[in-house]
Design a protein around this ligand. Structure first.
Ligand code: GBH
Length: 485
């Protein structure tokens, strides 16, 4: 019998997360070069409302007060990403001193407030100049990434221990190059698989380069997760469908670093799409063992089944459910006969379900399969937030979501999963990629006209969670926000 502890361990890190393109703005300031997201946003029809990250939350100019707000919230850690084109405008060659100074300022201020920086090197904003030379389809980009990573370790390694190389290689590869719903907007299954492999190699080469600079850095890889359960567990075909999705979504992005192998079903299941000639001798050996921890980004759960009669419509449904746009391809190579069942129960503004039990199960699974320390690097939800007459944003749905999911983490810890931190997504409302500003994930509300920040009820509630290091009842949220300490 295991019991769920009442409080989180003393060394457990509570914080919040953001990403450069989603909050910074200042897209043409400080010597920043263009990224593939600048290009994608400028392409008509790609992003809802024609939105872009040109201004975003204007964090580029407001970072000092934003960090003061983090301190007030009681964050122990802050996960943010470095915009590669801000520190190295073309992705190769010259580094930009002004860009490096921007992140130096952030890191110093965080540390002066006692907040642990957790730095992600790549949250999807690839320098456009590298895309012009083939982007992630090219091994040139893999090597450029390692050079950039080495330089960041040289600049900041004395002050930052916790590093993530890539955010969600699955999304970068399969949504960016497979579904075409993210930059650079390619829709080709073979390309997506090649990019996924190159991203894994990029992680491994960056890991090695950074360790050469400082052996004590703790370098992880952040994966989004899908939790495919077979619709009918007694059906072998449904179980095979779930295994296929698990291989593409999860295990292909951790097995190589743990066992030095890709999951057994991956190559055979996609052999009709690509000959895998991009997988070269020595690649898997290079990846083997090259990770210190895994980041888990969790949002929603999934049920899949085998359906040989699956038509175009269901493909679109699965794609749409992922927040992508109609007309896009599926982000799942080899899913010709695999169907994602429509989500059930309470759905967020993204159309995603709310399922803390699948989160708990996924943490246990990652613990079992990798044996590595785990940080929850993102978890959160989008709701239709309204500012009430008294100025409050009563985001009770978000409080309930956090309550269930933070509880799931505590339960997993009680069962032996080595989970060492939790970063709420997101610190504040921000540019939600293909959804533009229409979807709000923040615990802090952002007015995109005045750029004013306003704590939602969930922010006051989360502040209390961090104070007590316990799962504060949802019922207390109202009082906490009504009479802030
Ligand atoms: C993260 O991506 C990003 O890292 C972050 O930048 C972003 O703002 C945030 O999430 C919110 O979107 O098929 O309906 O069950 C998350 C990408 C989202 C991909 C959930 C898989 C499954 C939804 N993942 N999605 S569904």
């Amino acid at each position: 019998m295991t019991t769920t502890p009442q409080t989180f361990p003393d060394d457990f890190l509570f914080g919040a997360a953001t990403a450069s393109y989603q909050i910074e703005g200042g897209a043409r300031e400080g010597g920043r070069g263009p990224s593939i997201w600048d290009t994608f946003c400028a392409t008509p029809g790609k992003v809802v409302g024609g939105d872009s990250g040109d201004v975003a939350c204007d964090h580029f100019h407001r970072w000092e007060e934003d960090i003061d707000m983090m301190a007030e919230l009681g964050l122990q850690a802050y996960r943010f990403s470095i915009a590669w084109p801000r520190v190295q405008p073309l992705g190769t060659g010259e580094f930009n001193a002004e860009g490096i100074a921007f992140y130096r300022g952030i890191i110093d201020r965080l540390k002066s407030k006692g907040i642990t920086p957790m730095v992600t090197l790549y949250h999807w904003d690839l320098p456009q100049a590298l895309d012009d030379q083939g982007g992630w389809l090219s091994r040139g980009t893999v090597d450029a990434f390692a050079v950039y990573a080495r330089r960041m370790a040289e600049e900041f390694g004395a002050d930052v221990d916790m590093w993530a190389t890539l955010n969600e290689p699955w999304v970068a590869a399969f949504v960016g190059y497979g579904a075409g719903a993210h930059a650079p907007g390619h829709a080709d299954d073979a390309e997506a698989l090649q990019v996924a492999h190159h991203l894994n190699l990029a992680h491994a080469r960056a890991y090695r380069a950074m360790k050469e600079v400082r052996g004590d850095l703790r370098i992880g890889l952040v994966n989004n997760c899908h939790t495919p359960r077979p619709w009918d567990p007694s059906s072998e075909a449904d179980r095979a469908a779930a295994d296929h999705i698990d291989a593409l979504a999860n295990t292909m992005f951790h097995d190589p670093f743990v066992t030095g192998e890709y999951p057994a079903v991956l190559l055979p299941n996609t052999a009709h799409l690509t000959d895998w000639s991009f997988l070269q001798d020595g690649d898997l050996e290079e990846m083997h063992g090259q990770v210190d921890w895994f980041g888990v980004n969790y949002y929603a759960s999934h049920v899949v089944r085998h359906n040989p009669n699956k038509g175009q419509e269901t493909t679109k449904l699965a794609t749409l459910a992922d927040g992508h746009k109609a007309g896009a391809n599926s982000p799942w190579p080899g899913d010709e006969e695999i169907e994602f069942m429509p989500p059930t129960g309470k759905l967020t503004e993204m159309g995603w379900n709310v399922d803390p039990s699948a989160f708990h199960a996924h943490l246990i699974k990652i613990h079992r399969e990798t044996g590595k320390p785990i940080y929850v690097t993102e978890n959160g939800s989008a709701w239709n937030d309204q500012i009430d007459e008294d100025g409050r944003v009563r985001d009770t749905d978000r409080v309930e979501y956090f309550h269930g999911h933070i509880g799931a983490v505590l339960k997993a810890i009680g069962e032996g999963a080595d989970v060492r931190g939790y970063m709420a997504w997101s610190l504040m409302d921000n540019f939600e990629w293909a959804q533009g500003y229409a979807k709000r994930f923040g615990i802090v509300h952002v007015d995109y006209d005045s750029l004013e920040r306003r704590w939602k009820d969930s922010a006051y509630w989360y502040q209390e969670v961090l104070r007590q290091r316990a799962v504060v009842p949802v019922e207390q949220a109202d009082a906490l926000a009504a009479t802030p300490p």
